[in-house]
Write a protein that binds this ligand. Structure first.
Ligand code: PRP
Length: 214
């Protein structure tokens, strides 16, 4: 039997995902060692390999079949636009992609004035403004702390993830429009879905049962 390879977006999501895999009997103690610099972790009993990668790389590994499956946020799936199957909503890390800014910008946004939009997600922002809203905007790509942009005059609004809303509130910003709800998803390579259907379907089924049990 060949190894089934699962890519996990590193960070909190990977830890939560491993808890789920443990509950369906696929554990990986090697991964719990905080000091390890290893990148690949193997469960010999089930012939499953896990690896951790930068979230935005998970869909790439899965599209090319370097990973059969992956766990990653819906934000990353939308932004990367890779060819893959999204098979399960894990309901973890629930948040929303939103257009945010100071309340004073609300009018400008509604009247379709040309505004600048700062974001880590230029793909999602472009799709939302140009395709969905038919609104011309200037999109500026940032790599983090996006809330800074309207505060220092880089842009009128941002497109970013809102979870508790605390970051917005502390910086005098608010949600102006909601784009899409987000959460962690399980994704599968399109060829693996056929070639390893038994093993993959079983994992999907077992994880779904765990999620339903709560
Ligand atoms: C994310 C997001 C917001 C914040 C939202 O940032 O970009 O800044 O979390 O969470 P809240 O609504 O609960 O305050 P992250 O911490 O991932 O880092 P970043 O600023 O570098 O993107």
């Amino acid at each position: 039997m060949r190894y089934l390879t699962i890519a996990l977006a590193k960070g909190r999501l990977a830890k939560e995902a491993m808890k789920i895999f443990e509950r369906i009997g696929i554990s990986c103690d090697e991964m719990k060692d905080k000091d390890t610099r290893k990148l690949i972790f193997t469960n010999e009993e089930h012939k499953i390999r896990f690896f951790l990668s930068k979230p935005s790389d998970v869909p790439t590994f899965v599209e090319y079949g370097a990973a059969d499956m992956g766990i990653v946020g819906k934000d990353t799936i939308l932004e990367e636009g890779r060819k893959l199957f999204e098979v399960l909503d894990l309901k973890m890390g629930q948040c929303k992609m939103c257009v945010c800014g100071p309340s004073s910008v609300g009018k400008k946004l509604k009247s379709h004035e040309l505004i600048r939009v700062a974001t880590k997600y230029p793909g999602i922002a472009t799709d939302y403004f140009f395709n969905k809203k038919r609104q011309t905007v200037e999109i500026i790509k940032l790599n983090g702390s996006v809330e800074l942009a309207p505060l220092v005059g880089l842009s009128e609004v941002i497109v970013d993830i809102v979870e508790t809303g605390a970051t917005l509130k502390e910086n005098g910003l608010e949600v102006l429009e909601e784009i899409v709800p987000l959460s962690a998803r399980m994704i599968v390579n399109q060829v693996s879905m056929k070639m390893e259907n038994d093993r993959i379907s079983r994992i999907i089924r077992e994880v779904r049962t765990i999620l339903e049990e709560g």
